[in-house]
Design a protein around this ligand. Structure first.
Ligand code: EPZ
Length: 424
């Protein structure tokens, strides 16, 4: 529950990147020695992927809340249980990692946020190009290879998941694999850096072309996960939304350039430092048009949050969602707070209103949940948010971090409702 209208001010420290962590942790399956992974975010998706690894026989030890040691020398199965994989999208990385190391993987189709069709055809094409046979048997994706051989793979659509998955499998294939039209997202680069730190040979991540020289063995090492670009962006938007003044610490400002440019266009002040960004606003919010694009474009994972911000900006804004077919489902919830938004396919037109008014809403998925929190912070009165499990998948201590910035936000431990808190 949130009592809106409080200006956020102070400092917030951003956690490790969820979408890097959920790839780096299963990537440890490729490694014979021990991987020490630092700056791991304390979120539900990490708990799930750690449970899956343990279930496969990996030894996983928490050194502290944010540091893990994983040893996958002895793995006792190649089959991930459906009850676990259905909880998250990133379980598809088990396919690339198990295939790379053991030449065999059995993984049920992944779960995760629902915003239209989320095919994995390019992952499968990539594995097949490396010499694997991939099929579905009793609802389980089975990938098997007698031997993995390097290939040149062109991706029809730049897919983050497929780029990473092919990279995982190719680290142990014979020869040099080349991925063309690869995704350039910061977490793609982070996974490549992790693999190289563990003994793989990956070059070019962050550009269109990634080259992977297969190695016979990966021995282990220590790696620190990058800060979460999307968590940082969510706090930057929350600061702008409440006419606040917030120093967002432990970030890589370059990863946030597309958002910074939009916030400035909307009349927000953004100052960049070495590893922090200060966001503040005094004047009224101005309209802006936003189109989501693969990195370095504006991230789709900040689309619900920026739409929420624009819902109270002066003028009419147009948002084009060009990554996912159906990522405006949360708009119905925003309308409950008084937002004026019309949606036509991948286009949303937002007519800015003076102010939002608190109401009961639900989180329809992870980032939509974050946008409901932002809406609650902006709105007059009390907003109650249900289905917080979506938010818990990807944000570490969201309400504690916001409370430290002055937000009136709390969580009620009601097992039926699971709403953010008890305020006033
Ligand atoms: C990753 O999903 C992220 N998830 C998503 O973040 C993010 O929205 C997305 O990348 C885009 O940036 C993780 O990293 C775990 P894609 P992913 O493959 O890899 C099409 C969040 O909120 N496509 O890059 O599944 C697909 O339909 C989550 O943290 C194919 O056609 O996304 C989409 O239109 C939500 N065939 C586009 O590519 C394929 O085989 C991009 O998808 C694969 C994808």
């Amino acid at each position: 529950m949130i009592m809106g209208g409080k200006r956020l001010s102070g400092e917030v420290t951003i956690s490790g990147a969820k979408n890097a962590a959920v790839a780096v942790i299963p990537a440890a399956l490729l490694v014979e020695g021990t991987c020490r992974i630092e700056n791991v975010p304390a979120i539900k998706d990490v708990d799930v992927i750690v449970d899956i690894l343990r279930c496969l026989g990996a030894r996983v030890k928490y050194i502290d809340g944010h540091c893990l040691e994983i040893n996958c020398e002895k793995i006792n199965g190649f089959s991930a249980p459906y009850e676990m994989t259905r909880k998250m999208r990133a379980s598809y990385y088990l396919l690339g990692a198990l295939l790379g190391r053991f030449h065999h993987a059995e993984v049920p189709p992944p779960g995760g946020c629902n915003f239209g069709t989320r095919p994995i055809d390019m992952h499968i094409k990539g594995f097949e190009a490396l010499g694997a046979k991939v099929g579905i048997d009793k609802g389980v994706i089975e990938a098997h290879a007698v031997k993995l051989r390097a290939a040149q793979i062109y991706m029809d659509v730049a897919s983050v998941g497929a780029t990473i998955n092919i990279m995982l499998a190719a680290t142990r294939a014979e020869g040099t694999t080349i991925i063309e039209n690869a995704s350039k997202e910061p977490h793609v680069v982070d996974v490549a850096n992790f693999l190289s730190a563990m003994g793989a040979n990956v070059r070019g991540a962050g550009t269109d072309t990634i080259k992977i020289n297969g190695v016979e063995k990966m021995g282990g090492g220590t790696y620190t996960i990058i800060p979460d670009q999307i968590e940082a962006g969510t706090f930057m938007i929350a600061a702008a939304a409440t006419a606040g003044d917030v120093l967002v610490k432990n970030v890589i400002p370059k990863h946030l350039e597309s958002l910074t440019a939009k916030l400035v266009e909307m009349n927000t002040s953004v100052e960049e430092y070495g590893d922090s960004i200060r966001v503040s606003r005094d004047g009224p919010l101005r309209k802006a048009n936003v189109k989501t694009l693969p990195y370095p474009g504006f991230p789709t994972d900040l689309q619900p949050q920026i739409v929420t911000l624009l819902s109270a900006a002066r003028g009419t804004s147009v948002i084009t969602e060009s990554v996912w077919d159906n990522r405006f489902q949360y708009v119905d919830e925003l309308r409950r707070l008084g937002a004026k938004i019309s949606v036509d396919g991948k286009l949303a037109v937002i007519e800015g209103v003076e102010t939002l008014s608190g109401a009961p809403v639900k989180a329809t998925d992870l980032r939509a949940g974050a946008s409901m929190v932002i809406a609650g912070l902006m709105a007059r009165g009390v907003t109650e948010i249900r289905e917080l499990r979506h938010i818990d998948r990807g944000y570490e201590d969201l309400e504690a971090k916001l409370r430290a910035l002055g937000a009136q936000i709390a969580r009620r431990g009601d097992s039926e409702i699971k709403s953010i808190g008890e305020v006033v």
